[in-house]
Design a protein around this ligand. Structure first.
Ligand SMILES: C[S@@+](CC[C@H](N)C(=O)[O-])C[C@H]1O[C@@H](n2cnc3c(N)ncnc32)[C@H](O)[C@@H]1O
Length: 264
């Protein structure tokens, strides 16, 4: 796969950012018990609001590497038979939860650029027999999914990592059927981040440096023709390293769940 992330005015080094993000999330897949800036695993999923009954029905090793930031399946309201795309599917937690909701007649496509995450999610899918789940290696800025073919796009803790969020939201609008919805959790900020933070690939890979100011984030979604209908703070989510917590206090770095619709 060629590196095709577009250059943006923020001066973070894109090649080094991609390397760092891939290395961070390779480790999240392969070494989930290491120390990270962020919390992971089953305890986090339960605190964010994932129903225990759902978690008990999906592979425990996927949940071990869960690095999401919120719960949005209540907003997504997935129905049996629907087609769902998960942007940045990681080790697969949300693809498996989505599969429980859409059932055997539905389809879930997980998109990720990191080989170790795709390998782990695919192995767990095969072992647990989630035949309706498929993974595709790709950037979320250019997604190999047909136009107007998807009922719901989901994503958890990923879009903040993209240096080209306008392309990501453009792809969401392109893939969704009329009336389709975007249901995600992501990191945003209350204040605009200073350049010292946005140019730091380390902080970016830790889900802080790339976080967009909340009103700008909403505007970027609406600029692609979707209507934002709900933004809900995930107060149960918090960063755990000292440096990440410092940023949270200074710039209001926080997790939100969001629902948007493409007009029908
Ligand atoms: C914070 S993890 C979240 C994974 C998963 N959603 C979860 O909740 O556990 C971010 C994931 O997005 C992927 N990712 C980040 N930027 C990406 C991009 N531009 N294109 C494709 N995948 C990306 C990473 O490889 C990683 O697996």
């Amino acid at each position: 796969m060629k590196t095709e992330l577009k250059e943006k005015p923020r001066a973070v080094d894109l090649a080094s950012l991609e390397r760092q993000v891939k290395e961070m999330y390779r480790a999240v897949a392969d070494e989930p018990h290491r120390e990270y800036h962020f919390e992971m695993g089953r305890g986090l999923t339960e605190r964010l609001g994932y129903p225990v009954a759902d978690l008990d029905r999906i592979p425990a090793q996927a949940i071990e590497s869960f690095a999401g930031v919120g719960y949005f399946f209540d907003l997504a309201a997935l129905r049996p038979g629907e087609t769902v795309v998960d942007l940045g599917s990681g080790s697969g937690t949300d693809t498996f939860i989505a599969a429980l909701k859409v059932g055997p007649k539905g389809r879930v496509v997980g998109i990720d650029m990191t080989d170790a995450q795709l390998a782990k999610a695919s192995r767990l899918r095969d072992e647990a027999g989630f035949a309706m789940v498929e993974y595709r290696k790709s950037y979320i800025e250019r997604v190999p999914v047909d136009d107007a073919s998807v009922d719901a796009v989901i994503s958890n803790g990923v879009i903040n990592l993209s240096p080209d969020k306008a392309s990501v939201f453009g792809e969401v609008a392109r893939m969704l059927k009329p009336g389709g919805r975007l249901a995600i959790a992501d990191i945003v900020t209350e204040k605009h981040l200073p350049e010292g933070v946005t140019c730091n690939a380390d902080l970016w890979a830790a889900c802080i440096g790339g976080a967009m100011q909340e009103d700008d984030y909403r505007a970027a979604i609406e600029a692609c023709g979707m209507n934002v209908v709900a933004i809900v703070p995930n107060t149960a989510y918090g960063f755990i390293s000292d440096s990440a917590r410092g940023a949270t206090g200074k710039w209001g770095v926080k997790s939100v769940s969001l629902l948007a619709r493409k007009p029908g």
